[in-house]
Design a protein around this ligand. Structure first.
Ligand SMILES: C[S@@+](CC[C@H](N)C(=O)[O-])C[C@H]1O[C@@H](n2cnc3c(N)ncnc32)[C@H](O)[C@@H]1O
Length: 251
């Protein structure tokens, strides 16, 4: 049995397309140095820099999936002061990267991962793959895997001390849906609970939605070297009732 967990390659089709397009543009000058369209002559070597850009983007995304995601996971989880007793929810757990990482910081607490297992978002994305990782990492006792959509979570209000989510919410392709997802996360978070949401786009919108719901919000940016595409982390905190809202990023 393979004793190493496998957390998959994120957005495999995007990586494949970037590498294929980049490669095609790079070899074009070797096959067709000049292309004639009507009376225009196009020197194809001029486009080589864009081929390089596509190739580099694909390679950096691959590197994130193979190595960078572990650093990013730790960076997210280190933003929480753990007691070990927390109830944790990982939204869009995929193959359990964050759910398992959180479970390792728990003693009596529990880490629950939900997902709808979209095949195009992560290689080998299914419940069995997470179960296998949970078993290899030895966290069966304080993890639970559920097939649930973030848009219709069955958890009661104020259930979780911590909600984490990495690279999930942008996969909801309409603004209303992403807003609803933020409302759901805010609903299931306990008063005084912390959320750590990471994504490569729409994060400022998430910040706005959570802010309107009365949660405290703070954006934490990362560099191109830390993850690709660069991931932004949004830290949210649900105040206790009657607490005045403070937007940490605004004067
Ligand atoms: C790129 S993967 C990231 C997985 C994991 N968070 C990680 O960092 O390795 C995005 C995950 O979000 C899940 N997902 C997408 N839309 C979802 C939704 N509406 N509800 C729950 N999960 C969703 C996908 O099935 C996929 O597993």
């Amino acid at each position: 049995m393979n004793k190493k967990p496998n957390y998959g390659i994120d957005a495999p089709r995007v990586i494949r397309n970037l590498l294929l397009i980049g490669f095609a543009i790079l070899i074009l000058p070797l096959v067709f140095p000049i292309i004639k369209i009507g009376s225009a002559l196009i020197i194809t070597s001029y486009f080589m820099w864009s081929g390089g850009y596509f190739m580099l983007s694909g390679l950096l995304m691959l590197l994130y999936s193979l190595y960078g995601k572990y650093f990013h996971r730790n960076r997210m989880l280190n933003l929480i002061r753990w007691s070990g007793h927390e109830q944790v929810l990982d939204v869009g757990t995929g193959k359990g990267l964050l759910m398992i990482g959180a479970a390792k910081r728990l003693t009596t607490g529990k880490s629950i991962g939900i997902d709808i297992w979209n095949a195009q978002d992560l290689t080998g994305n299914d419940v069995e793959a997470v179960r296998k990782n949970v078993s290899i990492e030895g966290v069966e006792d304080n993890t639970e895997i559920k097939t649930e959509n973030v848009l219709q979570m069955t958890f009661a209000d104020n259930t979780f001390d911590v909600v984490i989510s990495n690279l999930c919410l942008h996969n909801i392709y309409n603004q209303e849906g992403r807003k609803k997802a933020c409302e759901e996360i805010a609903r299931v978070l306990k008063q005084g609970g912390i959320g750590i949401i990471s994504d490569f786009r729409h994060v400022k919108h998430y910040k706005k939605y959570f802010g309107h719901l009365g949660l405290q919000t703070k954006l934490i940016y990362s560099s191109y070297f830390a993850s690709f595409p660069p991931l932004t982390i949004l830290k949210i905190e649900k105040p206790f009732k009657d607490t005045i809202r403070i937007d940490i990023n605004e004067p």
